[in-house]
Design a protein around this ligand. Structure first.
Ligand SMILES: C[S@@+](CC[C@H](N)C(=O)[O-])C[C@H]1O[C@@H](n2cnc3c(N)ncnc32)[C@H](O)[C@@H]1O
Length: 293
């Protein structure tokens, strides 16, 4: 690959990586299928069949399909608008925090890491993903030995200044049980406290495992489809318990157009800092109002 200029923007970078911004879901499906060898075609057909038949097919099954950058770019182009929007915001936040080192949880094929390294070759990067094929692609792309494995089950390596999770988790992995709803009010916001408590239990291992890769001053930059009041409250509580308070001046709401439904979706971009502030309920209400207008 030709050297990428360090003044490149996210859109041009993604295009260079092989992303297809304007392709439809069907076009992307066909192009991915056509790019695969015989074995890969069977693998992808199996994932599709399992979904059509309503059977169980995890997101991981799909992430295991691409074996090179072109194929990964075709797969992740299905979520183009979100990828561009969150990569833009996360990279801006990372640079404003001026870390010497960053580690990304669920880094996929290392696109964000490659972008950060292109913009600032001095920065030390590391990434973890449970899809070994994506890690192989990311290792080639970044020139850094990224880590293959499940971050929930891993012994953490040295501490990083900034921990990033840019959609690096799958909601189907932490589904909460169907418990009876019990609505409470926090200020003028209503939230089901039973759902929130259940999310707190299922999501704690995530933030705890990310925290272990940092030091006592590390920041967390987090994006994802974290939109229900119950999960927002849970995440703020878990982070607070681990000494991470929301920096409201950096936290924002991002928007992207879903390629499948064409609907606009809104999701938070959180910046947590290592300060003990304890404003969970106040910040929860602010985020809720930012998300819901
Ligand atoms: C939606 S993709 C996002 C990839 C990338 N961060 C991006 O923005 O394009 C989610 C990624 O997180 C990874 N992932 C989910 N849970 C994980 C876990 N427990 N440990 C390691 N990787 C995980 C998946 O394998 C997948 O590559």
């Amino acid at each position: 690959m030709k050297k990428i200029k360090n003044n490149i923007g996210v859109r041009a970078f993604l295009k260079k990586m092989g992303f297809q911004k304007d392709a439809s879901v069907l076009q992307l499906d066909n192009r991915l299928m056509n790019s695969l060898n015989a074995e890969g075609k069977i693998e992808l057909e199996d994932v599709w069949r399992s979904r059509w038949e309503g059977g169980f097919s995890s997101m991981l099954d799909m992430y295991l399909v691409p074996k090179n950058l072109k194929q990964a770019a075709l797969l992740f182009s299905q979520d183009y608008s979100r990828t561009e929007e969150s990569m833009k915001w996360v990279s801006e936040k990372v640079f404003s925090l001026k870390p010497k080192s960053i580690v990304e949880m669920g880094c996929g094929c290392g696109l964000l890491l490659k972008y950060l390294k292109t913009k600032n070759p001095e920065i030390e990067i590391m990434g973890i993903d449970q899809a070994p094929n994506l890690i192989n692609i990311g290792t080639k792309l970044t020139g850094v030995d990224l880590i293959s494995g499940n971050y929930l089950k891993m012994t953490p390596k040295p501490s990083y200044d900034t921990i990033v999770c840019d959609f690096g988790f799958d909601s189907q992995d932490y589904k909460i049980p169907n418990s009876p709803h019990k609505t409470i009010s926090i200020g003028d916001v209503k939230v089901c406290i039973n759902c929130s408590n259940a999310y707190e239990k299922t999501f704690s291992p995530y933030i705890e495992s990310w925290r272990e890769w940092g030091n006592e001053n590390s920041n967390l930059v987090l994006t994802g489809r974290i939109t229900s009041p119950a999960i927002i409250l849970a995440i703020l509580k878990i982070a607070n318990g681990l000494g991470w308070s929301l920096d409201m001046s950096q936290t924002t709401i991002l928007s992207a157009q879903n390629n499948h439904t064409k609907d606009w979706e809104f999701f938070p971009g959180f910046v947590f800092k290592s300060i003990k502030e304890g404003k969970v309920e106040e910040n929860f209400q602010k985020i809720y109002h930012m998300l819901n207008g």
